[in-house]
Design a protein around this ligand. Structure first.
Ligand code: C2E
Ligand code: MG
Ligand code: MG
Length: 755
């Protein structure tokens, strides 16, 4: 994975984390708002419930007072009192029995009696205060009445007056009234208990004037009415006024001294009075605020911790990425790029401009240097090499140490000469290393080089990385500073060699080796006198591999012995087929490698085969290379003697291709001499006729030795004429016929198709 990917993932992770954080924040805000709403609703509900309760209690108190008064009034009605003189006594008694502040009785005449702490005294109704007169007037009309609060001149305090009609024989004869001081509501409206202490409750008149203020008021300046600032800042008061006129419950909010307050107006149901409950939002919602604060705090805490974690995590990841990057991209010892980083960089650079060269640089016998100098010195050497390479690189070039002493270079040069000069300079500097205890040991290096294209192909980086190893292997072959360029042709050959060696056994088993035959022409008659068996490797895909591509390898690795025997058998099989079909079989010569001749049971196997196929052994000629005859001549002669005794014929192949010696002819007992096609070529091109003379001599000599001559490589009519003139016996070459498959040869020779 490259760095960009890691960074992108990191960015993604941060984005997700931030998004999650924001989500948490938004959720938190929504949660807080929801909580606030819920709490507000709950507080409103509580305010209403509590105020309702106070209203109920106020009403209860009034009802109670009225009830007491009614009782007193009914007692007065029931007693048979007519004389006005007895009123003071009766009223005095009633006053004694009740807790009213003052009591009074006013008959219809208006000559009433009043009882108070000062005693009982007569009083004209007209003398009494207006509020009393109103109550009496209303009570005389049959209703029980409660007055507004007013300042009593009689008791010298704020009071309210109740009135109850006194009936006698179904007729209202007068009115019993009583005053009570405002404090009767104190116990009820004790501010300390409102809303758990955060609220104040006051009593208002219908037009919003304060009748009673309980507890410490919120608004310190004693306002006469709630319709004064600070209770309302806008037109909301109009709505509130209207609702109060209609006796409706209503809500409003206001701010005072930087705090928010909620106000509730609850009609008492008496004289248009209202209970006015004011509650500090902050105080009553303290729990809510605390909850919101705590929740917010927790959220914020989580966010901060998450953010810190994120930063911490990012740092760790960055640090780790850096470390991993170093591990993943750099070589610890030299600080150079490592191989994977090198490949990545090379690929990136090649994508931009493909022209480049890849070099693999190696130190000769590094493992021994390691042993000789010790690890520390060897490490120093590697660093020195890395420095030398690094210093020689130009813009856009990179290098790496893959492992041990393997360095790769990506150069922007494609010209071989320039590359060679640069590498030689690098190697010179890199090998200029003073080692301790090295005793002047010479360090050498070698480089394999591949350029991004040659005259045939443009290579990919992968191909270049593979090819450079082949070049490096070649470069290793010399023990000096050496630069070797990848050669595609050579490589193709090496590839083929590798294929050949890797597939030979399987190919033999699969009968991929086929018998091809080339005619040898009797120059006297011009007819096919015999044929040469030539092997062809026909691969499964139908493509053909020629002997030149595999025989040298088989000779080297010993597989040739198997192939040669196999080919002898193929030839026996072929002759047998001809015989079976009633054709006059022509002799066939088979190429035999030097090694097969010296196989332990070679002769036995040949004779067994000839016997197996029941063919005359004289139909088989064994072609032996001249080279085989040069060494072990005696041993070879002995073999030949046995083979000849079995009826087989011996031919010496490719005479004149190597260090030919006429001596060989004398030393080896052969039946046929095949003159190499190079001989013919030379003779054909021969200006001063020397080769011709030699050929003439050879022909003459072979005749005398009773050896027939075959000239190979006859390609033209001129060649044919020349060998005839030279007195050769047989000719073989494309001029007469190319090597063809058994079937084709049979068809050509016998004029029939192969069965
Ligand atoms: P060789 O035994 O000297 O075979 C003659 C080679 O010359 C054949 O090549 C043939 O195709 C080629 N030739 C024939 N006429 C002409 C011509 O007019 N012009 C030219 N330029 N070439 C001509 P081929 O088949 O490629 O075989 C090459 C060599 O491989 C053979 O040379 C032989 O040494 C070896 N070889 C072939 N088959 C076998 C085999 O079964 N066993 C062994 N040990 N070697 C074999
Ligand atoms: Mg041959
Ligand atoms: Mg030959």
């Amino acid at each position: 994975m490259d760095e960009k990917k890691v960074q992108n993932r990191m960015k993604k992770a941060v984005k997700y984390a931030v998004a999650t954080g924001l989500l948490l924040l938004v959720t938190g805000v929504f949660f807080a708002l929801f909580l606030r709403d819920t709490v507000n609703r709950t507080v409103d509900e509580q305010m209403q419930n509590e105020t309702d309760e106070y209203v109920r209690r106020v009403n209860k108190q009034i009802t109670y007072d009225l009830h007491l008064l009614e009782t007193a009034a009914s007692l007065l009605g029931d007693t048979n009192v007519t004389e006005e003189e007895s009123f003071p006594e009766i009223l005095g008694n009633a006053y004694e029995q009740n807790d009213f502040l003052s009591m009074g009785y006013f008959p219809r005449t208006g000559n009433g009696v009043v009882a108070s702490v000062d005693g009982v005294r007569e009083m004209m109704l007209t003398e009494s205060q207006t509020e009393v007169q109103e109550v009496v007037a209303a009570a005389l009309d049959g209703g029980k009445m409660v007055s507004d609060l007013f300042w009593s001149t009689l008791t010298q305090e704020n009071v309210l007056v109740y009135g109850a009609p006194v009936e006698k024989d179904g007729e209202i004869t007068g009115v019993m009234c009583a005053s009570d001081h405002v404090e009767i509501f104190t116990d009820i409206l004790n501010g300390k208990r409102v809303m758990g202490g955060s609220g104040r409750i006051h009593m208002l008149s219908q037009n919003g004037e304060f009748l009673i203020r309980y507890g410490e008021p919120v608004v310190k300046e004693e306002k006469a009415s709630i319709f004064e600032s600070p209770y309302f800042q806008d037109d909301e008061y109009l709505t509130v006024q209207r609702e109060m006129e209609n006796g409706q419950k209503c809500w409003f909010s206001f701010r005072y001294e930087g705090k928010s307050y909620r106000a509730f107006l609850d009609p008492v149901g008496v004289n248009g009075w209202y209970l006015f409950c004011v509650n500090s939002v902050e105080e009553s919602s303290a729990l809510m605020f605390l909850t919101v604060k705590v929740t917010g705090g927790i959220f914020a805490g989580i966010l901060v911790i998450a953010a810190l974690w994120l930063i911490f995590f990012q740092r760790i990841v960055r640090k780790n990425t850096q470390e991993l990057r170093e591990l993943a991209y750099y070589d610890r010892l030299t600080g150079a790029n490592n191989f994977s980083r090198f490949r990545q960089l090379a690929a990136e650079r090649m994508n931009v401009t493909p022209n480049c060269a890849i070099v693999s640089l190696n130190i000769h016998q590094f493992k021994f240097l390691n042993e000789m100098f010790g690890k520390e010195q060897a490490d120093r050497l590697l660093c020195h090499v890395a420095d030398a390479i690094g210093a020689a690189l130009k813009y856009d070039e990179v290098f790496c140490r893959e492992s041990a002493d393997f360095f790769y270079l990506f150069l922007r040069d494609v010209q071989r000469d320039r590359i060679r000069i640069r590498l030689e300079e690098i190697m010179e500097k890199a090998t200029d290393f003073t080692q301790e205890g090295g005793e002047g040991y010479n360090i050498f290096m070698y480089c394999g080089v591949v350029t991004s294209s040659d005259d045939r192909t443009v290579y990919t980086l992968d191909q270049m990385m593979t090819h450079v190893m082949f070049a490096l292997a070649k470069a290793r072959e010399t023990h000096q500073n050496n630069v070797w360029f990848f050669d595609s042709k050579l490589h193709e050959k090496e590839k083929m060699d590798n294929y050949v060696e890797g597939h030979m056994y399987q190919a033999l088993e699969n009968e991929e080796f086929c018998l091809y035959l080339q005619p040898k022409i009797d120059l006297k008659t011009g007819k096919t006198a015999s044929a040469e068996a030539l092997v062809r490797w026909r691969k499964k895909d139908g493509s053909m591999i020629f002997p030149g591509q595999f025989i040298p390898i088989f000779e080297e690795n010993g597989f040739c012995t198997r192939l040669d025997i196999y080919m002898v058998e193929k030839v026996c099989e072929c002759i047998r087929n001809w015989m079976d079909q009633g054709f006059e079989p022509v002799p066939v010569s088979v190429n035999q490698s030097k090694a097969v001749l010296f196989e332990k049971d070679y002769i036995a196997r040949l004779t067994d085969m000839i016997e197996k196929y029941q063919i005359p052994s004289s139909l088989i000629t064994l072609e032996i290379l001249e080279g085989a005859a040069l060494e072990n001549a005696d041993e070879l002669n002995a073999k030949i003697a046995v083979l000849k005794s079995k009826g087989l014929l011996i031919s010496m192949d490719d005479f004149g291709s190597g260090y030919s010696s006429l001596n060989t002819l004398a030393r080896i007992d052969i039946d046929e001499l095949k003159l190499d096609r190079e001989f013919l070529k030379e003779a054909a091109e021969d200006r001063n006729g020397k080769t011709r003379v030699i050929l003439e001599q050879i022909t003459r000599m072979t005749k005398r030795l009773n050896i027939r001559t075959v000239v190979e490589g006859v390609e033209t009519e001129e060649n044919d004429r020349m060998i005839r003139e030279l007195g050769c016996d047989y000719g073989q070459g494309y001029y007469y016929g190319r090597p063809v498959s058994e079937a084709e040869f049979t068809e050509k020779l016998y004029g029939t198709r192969w069965k």
